[in-house]
Design a protein around this ligand. Sequence first.
Ligand code: ADP
Ligand code: MG
Length: 583
Amino acid sequence: MSIQLLAPEIASQIAAGEVVERPASVVKELIENALDAQASFISISVEGAGKRAIEISDDGMGIPAKELALAVERHATSKLQSAEDLFHIATLGFRGEALASIGSVARLTIQSRQMGAELGARLRVDGGIAKPVQPVGVSEGTLVRVEDLFYNVPARLKFLKTDTTERRQIDNLVTRYALAYPKVRFHLRQDGRSGLQTSGNGDRREVLAALYGVDIARQMLEVLAEEDELSVLGFISPTSLTRTNRREITFFVNGRPVQDAALSAALLKAYHTLLMVGRYPMAILFLELDPEAVDVNVHPTKAEVRFREPDRIFTGVQRAVRRALLAHTPIPGLENQIRWSSGAQWGTPARQIDPAWEMATDESRLVDFGSGPTTEETVSPPASTLPVGAVPLLRLVGQVATAYLVAEGPDGLYLVDQHAAHERVLFERFLSQRGGEIPSQSLLQPATVELASASARLLDEQLPVLSRLGFKVEAFGSNTYLVRAIPTLLAGSNPAAALRVLVEDFEEDETPLQAEIEERIIARVCKRAAVKAGQTLSTEEQRALLRDLEACQSPRTCPHGRPTMIHLSVDLLERQFGRRGAR
Ligand code: ADP
Ligand code: MG
């Protein structure tokens, strides 16, 4: 075949393929145009998962009638004038490609009236062919209707996911823009049914409630950090609220949603050891930085950006998240566990419990919306006075129920879960040994373990990791293994059972990173090795456990994220005994 220039329709369909991948990409481009036009209300109506029709109207600046025909031309934009402008882009669009691309793969109608103009204009584009512009009487702002998406590129249609998935993509997208632009009123409707509606009153937590429901929205922690010309705002889940995947992690950079593995990694690092291995936080974070410090022109749908100083940004994100987490993760105290104080076991004086209190969690300092008037009882309790992250020196009082240690600290009583505490101590000890030689104990008699063949494949892959952690395991015929040594920490436990537990963990997994697998294995090993509830400890052992826990970096939670201790402050005791308040 000889080389020839492509016909213009084919060239524009190819170009459109980069911008318009699915219905949600159309919605994205049109929302961005409305936002760039300073709209304060954006209404989105979708039919047939966006394949039949997408209609977006806004009350923004509108398009001058004489420019309407130009708006649908490729590389026609009002947002960029010189190449120089590319390096400090303050609008979401700048390439002048979206309307042209949409027009080449669908039936597109735009009607718009420029603010202050007497009349509006309407333009139709059908598979890339524009009809003449018509004057029309419409209200100020712009309405774009996209019908029969991909009707002329059937191959594209085949690549779309199920309607449910495409609809959900649109839902997610609109909600995330609504969160990013809380001062803009959004209204989404799919197949006539009203979906997301925001008030545009600027309250992000209200939008968050629309996204996740009131209960989760209430628990989300606020991130608010500003330093070195980088601001990081948004919400993250507390360690008690996790997901099995990273899907609920979203970043916006200067008002645009971006996918960036390194940003996610920075976030996960901030949660390091606070989450159960294999669990992920939920987060929606908005980064604002000098437009010149980020290149937005590196990806066809602008979904990726490049930072001029990536390390500074990642460290900033990690620090902001970590700080928010620590500030909101006090040792759970009775103050925050209303169910306890209402329970008979503590002989609480009867008192009216406000429903708002019932719902209070350890994040009760957060804005409490929608729960009605607050009474004196609902005023947030004083937070733990401990320095963030640390536990004070504790004096052992004794053991109760062969499960908990009772200790006294400078501000009241501490109940320590012996198993969770020991898990934390072992976990940190293990991590500190990692990289060096982890002490291993050879078995006099190797143990034989037979596995299902799928499990055996998984184990084969992880043998090098296991050996780094002190397990010596050899394949021995098909699907059978010999355990020759185990980490010293596990001395005395059943080696075959220990190996089986680890393999189970591989099976449950999605596709974790290698570092996560390793940590998960360590957490498992520590769980097995830790003292159990029901195990009597000598006074010396109890003291040693408290001392070891005090020395931990994250003493308040076990490696799986559960609390290691509960704090009953002197203040609380006084209130419970009626020594305070009654006077
Ligand atoms: P870009 O957004 O990159 O400039 P588009 O193809 O999305 O390219 O839009 C082309 C031009 O049409 C924009 O630069 C803008 O001037 C105008 N435009 C598009 N949508 C709107 C809208 N909703 N309100 C006002 N002007 C719009
Ligand atoms: Mg645009």
